[in-house]
Design a protein around this ligand. Structure first.
Ligand code: IMP
Ligand code: MG
Length: 177
């Protein structure tokens, strides 16, 4: 992709960097209240989580460890419905209050599988915080504990979210097309 094509594809900003930072304060408070000083393990699902997870971590004041997983479930702009764990966590989750920090819930398939896998490892507790949710796209029944922003059925990039691995470094969330 050349530079012109890259820039022209960004149609409009739908959530600004300032709006994200404001909501992160509430998300941090939600986690702090939930755990009341108890240590947590923040789990991010790569690659999309890397910006969000870093910001969530900086907005919580409970003691916090970080771990990553990776899963493949998406090609281009269409979900395949298949989920493959390509990188796993090598810790005993039964010792942890686990909080999954996800970038976006679309059909819900990725998170449903990951939630089930982590639940089977008997964490002390398990919660899910997501930056974005597209409730109208849901194909499986899955309840998230905390959502920063609900968005309509539109493909977005930025703040960790990609299109063919580009745009993850944008500080805002934008529609492309
Ligand atoms: P799900 O399994 O359909 O819920 O898909 C979740 C994954 O699809 C996310 O972790 C993203 O990597 C990707 N995804 C879904 N919607 C978007 C989008 O609008 N922009 C970028 N990635 C997306
Ligand atoms: Mg992705």
């Amino acid at each position: 992709m050349d530079k012109e094509e890259y820039i022209n594809s960004i149609k409009r900003v739908i959530i600004s960097s300032e709006e994200i930072q404001k909501k992160l304060i509430d998300a941090g408070k939600y986690i702090d209240n939930l755990y009341d000083g108890k240590p947590i393990l923040l789990v991010g699902i790569l690659n999309g989580c890397f910006v969000f997870l870093a910001d969530v971590a900086r907005n919580v004041s409970v003691p916090c460890e970080i771990a990553f997983m990776a899963a493949k479930s998406y090609f281009g702009t269409e979900s395949t419905g298949e989920v493959q764990i390509t990188m796993d966590i090598d810790r005993d989750l039964s010792k942890y209050h686990v909080v999954i920090a996800e970038d976006i819930i679309d059909t819900g398939r990725t998170l449903k599988v990951i939630h089930r896998i982590l639940k089977e490892r008997n964490p002390v507790s398990l919660h899910v915080v997501t930056l974005l949710d597209k409730p109208s796209r849901r194909e499986v029944n899955f309840t998230v504990d905390y959502t920063l922003f609900e968005i309509p059925d539109t493909f977005v990039v930025g703040y960790g979210l990609d299109y063919n691995d580009y745009y993850r470094n944008l500080p805002y969330i934008a529609e492309i097309g």
